[in-house]
Write a protein that binds this ligand. Structure first.
Ligand code: NAD
Length: 302
Protein backbone atom coordinates (compact mmCIF):
# COMPACT_ATOMS: atom_id res chain seq x y z
CA UNK A 1 0.00 0.00 0.00
CA UNK A 2 3.06 2.24 0.11
CA UNK A 3 2.72 4.53 -2.87
CA UNK A 4 3.96 7.55 -0.97
CA UNK A 5 7.02 7.37 1.26
CA UNK A 6 8.89 9.96 3.33
CA UNK A 7 12.64 9.36 3.50
CA UNK A 8 14.61 11.04 6.29
CA UNK A 9 18.39 10.79 6.04
CA UNK A 10 19.61 10.84 2.42
CA UNK A 11 23.26 9.99 3.17
CA UNK A 12 25.54 7.24 1.88
CA UNK A 13 22.89 4.58 2.47
CA UNK A 14 19.61 6.52 2.48
CA UNK A 15 20.37 8.37 -0.78
CA UNK A 16 20.66 5.27 -2.99
CA UNK A 17 17.86 3.48 -1.09
CA UNK A 18 15.48 6.38 -1.78
CA UNK A 19 16.63 6.44 -5.41
CA UNK A 20 15.69 2.76 -5.79
CA UNK A 21 12.21 3.48 -4.45
CA UNK A 22 11.80 6.27 -7.02
CA UNK A 23 12.94 3.91 -9.81
CA UNK A 24 10.26 1.43 -8.71
CA UNK A 25 7.56 4.08 -9.09
CA UNK A 26 7.16 5.04 -5.43
CA UNK A 27 6.55 8.75 -4.79
CA UNK A 28 9.31 9.74 -2.36
CA UNK A 29 9.47 12.96 -0.36
CA UNK A 30 12.81 13.40 1.38
CA UNK A 31 14.62 15.54 3.89
CA UNK A 32 18.26 15.85 4.99
CA UNK A 33 20.00 18.88 6.56
CA UNK A 34 23.08 18.42 4.34
CA UNK A 35 22.79 20.28 0.98
CA UNK A 36 24.95 17.77 -0.98
CA UNK A 37 22.73 14.90 0.15
CA UNK A 38 19.63 16.87 -0.83
CA UNK A 39 20.98 17.73 -4.30
CA UNK A 40 21.92 14.13 -5.08
CA UNK A 41 18.49 12.92 -3.96
CA UNK A 42 16.72 15.59 -5.99
CA UNK A 43 18.68 14.53 -9.07
CA UNK A 44 17.50 10.95 -8.43
CA UNK A 45 13.87 12.07 -8.45
CA UNK A 46 13.19 12.56 -4.74
CA UNK A 47 10.89 15.48 -4.00
CA UNK A 48 12.60 17.58 -1.32
CA UNK A 49 10.62 18.93 1.64
CA UNK A 50 11.57 21.97 3.73
CA UNK A 51 11.54 19.98 6.99
CA UNK A 52 11.32 16.37 8.10
CA UNK A 53 7.79 16.97 9.36
CA UNK A 54 6.74 18.37 5.98
CA UNK A 55 8.11 15.26 4.29
CA UNK A 56 6.16 13.01 6.68
CA UNK A 57 2.85 14.85 6.51
CA UNK A 58 0.90 13.00 3.87
CA UNK A 59 2.53 9.62 3.22
CA UNK A 60 1.87 5.91 3.84
CA UNK A 61 5.30 5.11 5.26
CA UNK A 62 8.02 7.15 6.97
CA UNK A 63 11.54 5.70 6.62
CA UNK A 64 14.44 6.98 8.73
CA UNK A 65 18.09 6.20 7.87
CA UNK A 66 20.04 8.21 10.42
CA UNK A 67 23.40 8.04 12.21
CA UNK A 68 22.18 7.04 15.67
CA UNK A 69 19.29 6.28 17.99
CA UNK A 70 19.08 9.61 19.77
CA UNK A 71 18.54 11.30 16.39
CA UNK A 72 15.83 8.77 15.51
CA UNK A 73 14.00 9.51 18.77
CA UNK A 74 14.53 13.27 18.37
CA UNK A 75 13.10 13.29 14.84
CA UNK A 76 10.12 11.23 16.01
CA UNK A 77 9.45 13.54 18.97
CA UNK A 78 10.52 16.94 17.59
CA UNK A 79 11.27 19.78 20.02
CA UNK A 80 13.04 23.14 20.18
CA UNK A 81 10.67 24.60 17.63
CA UNK A 82 10.85 21.69 15.22
CA UNK A 83 7.76 19.60 14.66
CA UNK A 84 8.18 15.86 15.22
CA UNK A 85 7.43 13.22 12.61
CA UNK A 86 4.87 11.57 14.90
CA UNK A 87 2.92 14.82 15.22
CA UNK A 88 2.99 15.50 11.49
CA UNK A 89 2.04 12.07 10.15
CA UNK A 90 -1.54 11.18 9.24
CA UNK A 91 -3.32 8.22 10.90
CA UNK A 92 -2.15 4.73 9.88
CA UNK A 93 1.29 5.90 8.69
CA UNK A 94 3.84 3.11 9.24
CA UNK A 95 7.17 4.14 10.79
CA UNK A 96 10.21 2.21 9.54
CA UNK A 97 13.65 2.84 11.00
CA UNK A 98 16.48 1.37 8.91
CA UNK A 99 19.30 2.95 10.97
CA UNK A 100 21.59 0.75 13.06
CA UNK A 101 20.81 1.81 16.64
CA UNK A 102 20.84 0.48 20.18
CA UNK A 103 18.23 -2.23 20.79
CA UNK A 104 16.80 -0.41 23.79
CA UNK A 105 16.52 2.83 21.80
CA UNK A 106 14.77 0.96 18.97
CA UNK A 107 12.25 -0.34 21.49
CA UNK A 108 11.82 3.14 22.95
CA UNK A 109 11.21 4.56 19.47
CA UNK A 110 8.62 1.82 18.84
CA UNK A 111 6.89 2.73 22.11
CA UNK A 112 6.87 6.42 21.17
CA UNK A 113 5.24 5.53 17.85
CA UNK A 114 2.72 3.29 19.59
CA UNK A 115 1.84 6.00 22.12
CA UNK A 116 1.13 8.32 19.18
CA UNK A 117 -1.10 5.67 17.59
CA UNK A 118 1.30 4.31 14.95
CA UNK A 119 2.72 0.88 14.17
CA UNK A 120 6.46 0.69 13.54
CA UNK A 121 9.31 -1.50 12.39
CA UNK A 122 13.04 -1.66 13.04
CA UNK A 123 14.73 -2.78 9.84
CA UNK A 124 18.51 -2.34 10.00
CA UNK A 125 20.46 -3.48 6.98
CA UNK A 126 23.65 -5.16 5.95
CA UNK A 127 25.25 -4.99 2.53
CA UNK A 128 26.84 -1.53 2.68
CA UNK A 129 26.71 1.26 0.14
CA UNK A 130 27.08 -1.16 -2.78
CA UNK A 131 24.09 -3.16 -1.54
CA UNK A 132 22.11 0.07 -1.15
CA UNK A 133 22.97 1.14 -4.72
CA UNK A 134 22.21 -2.26 -6.25
CA UNK A 135 19.06 -2.88 -4.22
CA UNK A 136 20.56 -6.04 -2.73
CA UNK A 137 20.54 -5.14 0.98
CA UNK A 138 19.65 -7.68 3.64
CA UNK A 139 16.97 -6.33 6.01
CA UNK A 140 16.65 -7.68 9.56
CA UNK A 141 13.16 -6.78 10.69
CA UNK A 142 11.75 -6.37 14.20
CA UNK A 143 7.98 -5.91 14.09
CA UNK A 144 4.62 -7.50 14.72
CA UNK A 145 3.17 -9.71 11.97
CA UNK A 146 0.84 -7.06 10.56
CA UNK A 147 3.56 -4.41 10.26
CA UNK A 148 5.95 -6.95 8.74
CA UNK A 149 3.39 -7.89 6.10
CA UNK A 150 2.90 -4.20 5.31
CA UNK A 151 6.57 -3.33 5.03
CA UNK A 152 7.91 -6.41 3.27
CA UNK A 153 7.00 -5.41 -0.33
CA UNK A 154 8.63 -2.00 0.19
CA UNK A 155 11.82 -3.52 1.57
CA UNK A 156 11.91 -5.96 -1.37
CA UNK A 157 12.45 -2.95 -3.65
CA UNK A 158 15.61 -1.97 -1.75
CA UNK A 159 16.82 -5.39 -0.73
CA UNK A 160 17.38 -9.00 -1.73
CA UNK A 161 16.82 -10.70 1.60
CA UNK A 162 14.17 -9.73 4.16
CA UNK A 163 14.09 -11.66 7.46
CA UNK A 164 11.43 -11.23 10.14
CA UNK A 165 13.56 -11.60 13.29
CA UNK A 166 10.87 -11.11 15.94
CA UNK A 167 9.15 -8.22 17.68
CA UNK A 168 10.42 -4.62 18.08
CA UNK A 169 14.19 -4.48 18.58
CA UNK A 170 14.90 -7.98 17.26
CA UNK A 171 16.07 -6.66 13.89
CA UNK A 172 18.73 -4.68 15.74
CA UNK A 173 19.48 -7.70 17.95
CA UNK A 174 20.09 -9.94 14.92
CA UNK A 175 22.30 -7.33 13.28
CA UNK A 176 24.62 -6.73 16.24
CA UNK A 177 24.92 -10.46 17.06
CA UNK A 178 25.97 -11.12 13.46
CA UNK A 179 28.43 -8.23 13.39
CA UNK A 180 29.96 -9.17 16.74
CA UNK A 181 30.69 -12.64 15.40
CA UNK A 182 32.00 -11.17 12.14
CA UNK A 183 34.44 -8.99 14.10
CA UNK A 184 35.65 -12.02 16.05
CA UNK A 185 36.17 -14.18 12.95
CA UNK A 186 37.98 -11.36 11.12
CA UNK A 187 40.39 -10.95 14.03
CA UNK A 188 40.76 -14.75 14.16
CA UNK A 189 41.63 -14.84 10.47
CA UNK A 190 44.17 -12.05 10.99
CA UNK A 191 45.84 -13.89 13.87
CA UNK A 192 45.95 -17.17 11.93
CA UNK A 193 47.54 -15.54 8.86
CA UNK A 194 50.08 -13.62 10.97
CA UNK A 195 51.05 -16.83 12.78
CA UNK A 196 51.33 -18.57 9.40
CA UNK A 197 53.65 -15.78 8.16
CA UNK A 198 55.85 -16.19 11.23
CA UNK A 199 56.01 -19.93 10.70
CA UNK A 200 57.01 -19.51 7.06
CA UNK A 201 53.77 -20.93 5.66
CA UNK A 202 52.89 -19.82 2.10
CA UNK A 203 49.71 -17.68 2.45
CA UNK A 204 48.17 -19.24 -0.68
CA UNK A 205 48.68 -22.71 0.76
CA UNK A 206 47.30 -21.57 4.09
CA UNK A 207 44.26 -20.13 2.30
CA UNK A 208 43.73 -23.33 0.28
CA UNK A 209 43.69 -25.34 3.49
CA UNK A 210 41.67 -23.02 5.71
CA UNK A 211 39.08 -22.06 3.09
CA UNK A 212 38.18 -25.71 2.53
CA UNK A 213 38.48 -27.07 6.06
CA UNK A 214 36.93 -26.16 9.37
CA UNK A 215 38.50 -22.68 9.51
CA UNK A 216 36.39 -21.61 6.53
CA UNK A 217 34.22 -18.56 7.07
CA UNK A 218 33.34 -15.30 5.29
CA UNK A 219 36.34 -13.56 6.88
CA UNK A 220 38.69 -16.07 5.18
CA UNK A 221 36.81 -17.19 2.07
CA UNK A 222 35.53 -13.77 0.93
CA UNK A 223 37.25 -11.07 3.00
CA UNK A 224 40.68 -12.76 3.09
CA UNK A 225 43.02 -10.38 4.98
CA UNK A 226 46.14 -11.16 2.90
CA UNK A 227 46.47 -10.13 -0.77
CA UNK A 228 46.45 -12.82 -3.44
CA UNK A 229 44.16 -15.73 -2.63
CA UNK A 230 40.87 -13.81 -3.07
CA UNK A 231 41.46 -11.09 -5.71
CA UNK A 232 38.30 -9.16 -4.74
CA UNK A 233 39.13 -8.89 -1.02
CA UNK A 234 40.06 -5.39 0.30
CA UNK A 235 43.56 -6.64 1.25
CA UNK A 236 44.41 -6.43 -2.48
CA UNK A 237 43.77 -2.67 -2.53
CA UNK A 238 45.35 -1.60 0.73
CA UNK A 239 42.01 -2.10 2.51
CA UNK A 240 40.27 0.69 0.59
CA UNK A 241 36.47 0.50 0.39
CA UNK A 242 34.57 -2.36 1.98
CA UNK A 243 33.09 -2.15 5.47
CA UNK A 244 34.75 0.75 7.26
CA UNK A 245 36.43 0.32 10.63
CA UNK A 246 34.43 3.24 12.06
CA UNK A 247 31.15 1.47 11.31
CA UNK A 248 32.38 -1.83 12.77
CA UNK A 249 33.47 0.04 15.91
CA UNK A 250 30.02 1.67 16.10
CA UNK A 251 28.22 -1.68 15.80
CA UNK A 252 30.48 -3.26 18.44
CA UNK A 253 29.74 -0.35 20.77
CA UNK A 254 26.05 -1.27 20.41
CA UNK A 255 26.92 -4.94 21.02
CA UNK A 256 28.87 -3.96 24.13
CA UNK A 257 25.98 -2.00 25.58
CA UNK A 258 23.71 -5.01 24.97
CA UNK A 259 26.26 -7.35 26.59
CA UNK A 260 26.41 -5.08 29.64
CA UNK A 261 22.65 -4.70 29.85
CA UNK A 262 22.07 -8.45 29.63
CA UNK A 263 25.07 -9.37 31.83
CA UNK A 264 26.66 -11.53 29.16
CA UNK A 265 30.36 -12.18 29.66
CA UNK A 266 31.52 -12.68 26.00
CA UNK A 267 35.29 -12.36 26.36
CA UNK A 268 35.88 -12.35 22.60
CA UNK A 269 33.04 -9.93 21.83
CA UNK A 270 34.34 -7.46 24.39
CA UNK A 271 37.91 -7.87 23.15
CA UNK A 272 36.85 -7.32 19.54
CA UNK A 273 35.10 -4.10 20.58
CA UNK A 274 38.30 -2.82 22.21
CA UNK A 275 40.45 -3.77 19.22
CA UNK A 276 38.10 -2.23 16.66
CA UNK A 277 37.70 0.97 18.67
CA UNK A 278 41.50 1.29 18.68
CA UNK A 279 41.57 0.49 14.94
CA UNK A 280 38.99 3.20 14.22
CA UNK A 281 40.77 5.71 16.48
CA UNK A 282 44.02 4.99 14.59
CA UNK A 283 44.02 5.01 10.80
CA UNK A 284 41.36 2.34 10.34
CA UNK A 285 38.24 4.54 10.50
CA UNK A 286 37.83 4.68 6.72
CA UNK A 287 39.58 1.42 5.83
CA UNK A 288 37.94 -1.99 5.51
CA UNK A 289 37.78 -3.74 8.89
CA UNK A 290 39.94 -6.65 7.62
CA UNK A 291 42.87 -4.19 7.83
CA UNK A 292 42.94 -5.10 11.54
CA UNK A 293 45.59 -7.62 10.38
CA UNK A 294 48.03 -4.68 10.21
CA UNK A 295 47.44 -4.00 13.90
CA UNK A 296 47.86 -7.69 14.74
CA UNK A 297 51.11 -7.80 12.72
CA UNK A 298 52.43 -4.57 14.30
CA UNK A 299 51.66 -5.88 17.77
CA UNK A 300 54.07 -8.82 17.38
CA UNK A 301 57.39 -8.54 19.18
CA UNK A 302 60.17 -9.21 16.67
P1 NAD B 1 25.48 9.01 6.59
O1 NAD B 1 26.11 9.82 7.65
O2 NAD B 1 26.08 9.00 5.22
O3 NAD B 1 23.94 9.42 6.42
C1 NAD B 1 23.13 9.85 7.47
C2 NAD B 1 22.35 11.07 6.99
O4 NAD B 1 21.39 11.46 7.97
C3 NAD B 1 23.25 12.28 6.74
O5 NAD B 1 23.14 12.71 5.40
C4 NAD B 1 22.71 13.33 7.72
O6 NAD B 1 22.79 14.66 7.23
C5 NAD B 1 21.28 12.87 7.86
N1 NAD B 1 20.59 13.44 9.01
C6 NAD B 1 21.07 13.78 10.22
N2 NAD B 1 20.10 14.30 10.98
C7 NAD B 1 18.96 14.28 10.25
C8 NAD B 1 17.60 14.67 10.49
N3 NAD B 1 17.23 15.19 11.66
N4 NAD B 1 16.70 14.50 9.50
C9 NAD B 1 17.05 13.97 8.31
N5 NAD B 1 18.33 13.59 8.03
C10 NAD B 1 19.25 13.72 8.98
O7 NAD B 1 25.39 7.52 7.18
P2 NAD B 1 25.08 6.17 6.37
O8 NAD B 1 26.35 5.49 6.03
O9 NAD B 1 24.08 6.44 5.31
O10 NAD B 1 24.42 5.30 7.54
C11 NAD B 1 23.09 5.48 7.96
C12 NAD B 1 22.75 4.36 8.94
O11 NAD B 1 22.93 3.10 8.30
C13 NAD B 1 23.64 4.34 10.19
O12 NAD B 1 22.84 4.02 11.30
C14 NAD B 1 24.66 3.25 9.88
O13 NAD B 1 25.14 2.63 11.04
C15 NAD B 1 23.81 2.29 9.07
N6 NAD B 1 24.56 1.43 8.14
C16 NAD B 1 25.52 1.95 7.33
C17 NAD B 1 26.20 1.11 6.45
C18 NAD B 1 27.28 1.65 5.53
O14 NAD B 1 28.02 0.85 4.95
N7 NAD B 1 27.41 2.95 5.35
C19 NAD B 1 25.92 -0.25 6.41
C20 NAD B 1 24.90 -0.75 7.22
C21 NAD B 1 24.24 0.10 8.09
Amino acid sequence: DARRVAFLGLGNMGGPMAANLVKAGVQVTGFDPVPEAVEAARAAGVEIAATGADAARDVDVVITMLPNGSLVKATYAGGEGSEGLLAAAKPNTLFVDCSTIDIAEAQEAAQMAKDAGFDSVDAPVSGGVVGAQNGTLAFMVGAGDAAFARVEPLLQIMGAKIVHCGDHGMGQAAKICNNMMLAITQIGAAEAFVLGERLGLDPQVQYDVMSTSTGQCWSVNVNCPVPGPVPTSPANRDFAGGFMGALMAKDLGLALSALDRENVDAVLGRTSQRLYQAYADGDGARKDFSGIIETVRADQAS
